[in-house]
Design a protein around this ligand. Structure first.
Ligand code: FAD
Ligand code: FES
Length: 342
């Protein structure tokens, strides 16, 4: 039976929550309206770091790239990986600026699995009631029998609809993708989800040109953001760059072209890095740098594999986009330690 401990939060946030000894601190916070910065929830980004000032926590070994040895020596831990061993006091450096949506456990039913491209599918999941989330956020989906879950971003915009849309790309040998979603998951199957997670969200305050840079299924949260932005302002200037390696990896091109017909400010640019003939040759970052002399005043949302995200951010910075206007989400693979449920 699990034991519950009290976690006192001080610093920019002041709160007190109960957390079971087999529950991660971040999970307890987000269920109790304490919103700390968070991104991957799998110990690979370092966004959720907090300082333990009293009491002790357990956590898997943290990679030095994620949390430097100096910070670890000062008592910093990852809230998404740490469970309390006793009552604990922590200092939270900042409060999340993302909108607040309480973390929930949901059960859904797969209503459709649709092939989108080579090795990419859309999975539609009906949940019992509409999910309160922000465009750009993700859910963790439990992989049955594997004792782990994986993050997948919502591709649908927030609405009163209770169907969630996910885009999933097969990873050869992958536990969630190759050995479950692409192997045996079917319409009618039940799935367990937890969320919403993440600070990669549509900033509803900005109105300037929007540059969306996606790598592969990093298109999913950008679809949610683009559709929400265009429903709020049908004239909004939105430039979507979708980068893939091969033409066969592109998907929903016709859908995006139809959005361009309906919305005069929308531009769709498929970019193909390893073959020519379809779309623009090269990387999304290079395409953006070619298209704009300056990106001052624009806002960017960048999502996909880590190297693609880093390259796209550099291109935006080269074109003078302000760092605080660049929102990013990296689809970093989970480490084995971080993927164990709890
Ligand atoms: P694993 O069993 O985790 O990996 C198997 C092996 O492949 C491991 O050696 C691993 O290191 C390696 N590997 C894993 N991924 C890759 C990769 N991309 N390229 C090369 N090697 C790899 N994916 C989506 O398709 N759609 C999404 O919407 C999505 N959203 C995400 C949101 C967040 C915040 C994060 C962090 C990741 C997201 N991902 C998304 C990635 C996804 O969560 C899984 O990492 C991915 O589906 C692989 O899981 P798996 O269990 O099949 O593979
Ligand atoms: Fe904890 Fe990424 S949210 S390391």
């Amino acid at each position: 039976m699990s034991v519950r401990h009290r976690v006192q939060v001080s610093g920019s946030v002041s709160a007190s929550v109960e957390c079971a000894d087999d529950q991660r601190l971040l999970d307890a916070f987000l269920r109790n309206n304490v919103y700390l910065p968070n991104s991957c929830n799998q110990g690979t980004c370092g966004t959720c770091r907090v300082k333990v000032t009293c009491g002790s926590v357990s956590a898997p070994t943290v990679d030095d790239d994620v949390l430097t040895p100096e910070l670890q020596a000062e008592g910093y831990v990852l809230a998404c990986q740490s469970t309390p061993d006793s009552d604990v006091t922590i200092e939270a450096p900042t409060e999340s600026s993302a909108p607040r949506h309480r973390l929930r456990d949901l059960t859904g039913t797969v209503s459709e699995i649709r092939a989108l491209a080579r090795d990419t599918v859309a999975v539609f999941v009906d949940v019992t009631e509409p999910l309160d989330f922000s465009a750009g956020q993700y859910m963790e989906i439990t992989v049955p029998g594997a004792g782990l879950s994986r993050p997948y971003s919502m591709a649908n915009p927030p609405s009163t609809d209770s169907t969630l849309e996910f885009h999933v790309r097969r990873v050869a040998g992958g536990t969630a993708t190759d050995r479950w979603i692409f192997d045996s998951l079917s319409s009618g199957n039940r799935v367990d989800l937890r969320g919403p997670w993440g600070d990669f969200v549509h900033d509803l305050e900005t109105t300037g040109p929007m540059i969306l840079l996606a790598g592969g299924t990093g298109l999913a949260p950008l679809k949610s953001i683009a559709l929400e932005a265009l429903s709020l302002d049908p004239e909004r200037e939105v430039h979507l760059y979708h980068g893939v390696r091969y033409a066969d990896d592109l998907y929903e091109s016709d859908f995006w072209r139809s959005i361009g017909v309906a919305h005069p400010g929308f531009r769709y640019q498929p970019c193909v890095s390893r073959e020519t003939g379809v779309g623009r040759p090269g990387y999304v970052g290079d395409a953006v740098a070619d298209d704009f002399a300056t990106l001052r005043g624009a806002v960017a949302y960048v999502c996909g594999p880590p190297a693609m995200v880093d390259g796209a951010i550099k291109a935006c910075r080269r074109r003078r986009m302000s760092a605080r206007h660049i929102h990013r989400e990296k689809y970093t693979p989970a480490t084995e330690l971080a993927s164990v449920e709890g």
